[in-house]
Ligand binder design. Structure first.
Ligand code: GLC
Length: 445
């Protein structure tokens, strides 16, 4: 019988000569050690003790720093009521400013009557372009948890509104056509999701990760992932692993510091960034007084926005200026006017902003400087005196020109520059003087 033959065979093997047995034992030990080594090297490495955030490709960073000006868009069903996005979702009894709050149960139902039929993605992109913006960042999900994209992971989303369209998909398409780089804002906190920061937080963490995957795979190239908010980051999240994973999905993406201070760029909120900051940075600010639409909001003038943009560029950073579209889907005409005025200014003087770095002259009460190659641009924002004493740009000035019109009197010595411009030639917003410097090493004045 077969089993008996098999038993005899085993018996024969067991009786092999002692030398052969030793050899077989050594061989099997070697095989086992080898297999162990292979398994060890294939096993996922343990978390490094220091989190590493691999840098974005240098051309992506250079693009961002050259762009200097972007348009931020906060929009959602809350525009129906005109109170602040997410932050107004509060019980009025616990808030001092009662008029600005909406009961959560009411807030969370607003999408059922949100029908912005006048939305036109191409029109928004045209406006961003004519404002001179070099990128657009759209809020896909704010802290209120409402998804302004067709997420497959929730029913609390724009495609369940009567409008039933996906504005992110339409914007992504319009941006691609107009070659306007698209960024996505995503709030890590989610005040609507039942698992956020509860005992079930792991489920929320998975939801967030999978939703980020949707956003980074279904909408084409995304140049910026703009995270909000650091203090309320989901529990137990390993930011550096998430960072690597996001970069794996979109290798050239830039990620802001609300994921971790070690990411690609730093954000200053409603404050101008610092000249001393060597990291790429961006100031985000509102055109009105809140992020989302507010009827009759006080909006900044184009002069204020231009001065803010110059203040950022002169310190080496970008400005991301926010608009809050109306419940109709349109951007308020007053805001359109301001954006177009900024665009007209940039069309004339953009060489002193786009593609520049912070200038050699530290910002002062008079204004700021920017630099591109051998050209330094003085942005004179305030005439503190008729004749202004400035530090020297360090190289001799071959020639100068007042870009905003008129003439300037400029005297340079080793340490300083003395500048004066007739009052009639001072531009009320920003008087720009271009200085052409002698090539490096051609000596001091
Ligand atoms: C803050 C606000 C948020 C806004 C963001 C933009 O984090 O909480 O409402 O979207 O700033 O910078």
């Amino acid at each position: 019988m077969a089993w008996r033959r098999w038993a005899l065979e085993v018996d024969r093997l067991m009786r092999v000569a002692p030398r052969t047995r030793i050899l077989l034992t050594v061989l099997s030990l070697l095989v086992a050690v080898q297999a162990g080594m292979i398994a060890w090297s294939a096993w996922p490495r343990r978390k490094p003790s220091v989190a590493v955030f691999p840098a974005a490709p240098s051309n992506a960073v250079a693009w961002f720093q050259d762009a200097r000006f972007g348009l931020f868009i906060h929009w959602g069903p809350i525009s129906l009521l005109g109170t602040e996005i997410s932050h107004s979702r509060q019980d009025p009894r616990t808030r001092r400013d009662q008029a600005a709050s909406v009961l959560p149960e009411e807030y969370d139902q607003l999408y059922l009557r949100f029908n912005p039929t006048a939305f036109d993605a191409e029109e928004w992109v045209r406006l961003a372009r004519s404002a001179g913006a070099r990128y657009l960042v759209f809020v896909a999900k704010h802290h209120d948890g409402f998804c302004m994209h067709d997420s497959q992971l929730t029913e609390y989303k724009i495609t369940r509104s009567p409008w039933a369209r996906d504005p992110l998909a339409e914007l992504a398409q319009a941006c691609r056509t107009a070659e306007l780089p698209l960024g996505i804002y995503y709030s890590a906190p989610d005040w609507h999701h039942p698992d956020f920061r509860t005992a079930q937080y792991r489920r929320y963490n998975r939801y967030m990760r999978d939703q980020l995957a949707e956003l980074l795979t279904a909408y084409g190239p995304v140049r910026i992932l703009w995270f909000d908010v650091q203090e309320e980051w989901p529990q137990d999240y390993e930011q550096h692993l998430l960072y690597e994973w996001i970069r794996g999905l979109q290798p050239a993406i830039l990620i802001n510091d609300r994921l971790s201070p070690d990411t690609d760029f730093q954000v200053y909120e409603q404050a101008v960034g610092e000249y001393e900051n060597p990291k790429p940075w961006e100031t985000c600010d509102t055109l009105g007084e809140q992020w989302s639409f507010k009827p009759d909001d006080r909006i900044k003038t184009s002069a204020e926005c231009i001065r803010l943009l110059a203040a950022c560029a002169g310190r080496g950073g970008n400005l991301l200026l926010n608009v809050g579209p109306m419940p109709t889907g349109e951007i308020e005409p007053r805001q359109v006017v301001v954006l177009e005025e900024i665009g007209n200014w940039l069309a004339r003087y953009g060489e002193s902003v786009y593609g520049t770095s912070r200038g050699p002259l530290e910002p002062g009460p008079w204004g700021v400087s920017t630099q591109a190659g051998d050209r330094v641009y003085l942005h004179m924002l305030d005439w503190v005196e008729d004749s202004i004493l400035l530090p020297s740009p360090g190289r001799s000035i071959l020639r100068h020109r007042v870009l905003t019109g008129g003439t300037a009197d400029l005297r340079q010595n080793e340490q300083s520059l003395v500048l004066s411009i007739p009052a009639a030639d001072r531009h009320p917003v920003d008087t720009i003087i271009m200085l052409e410097l002698a090539k490096d090493g051609s000596g001091q004045p």
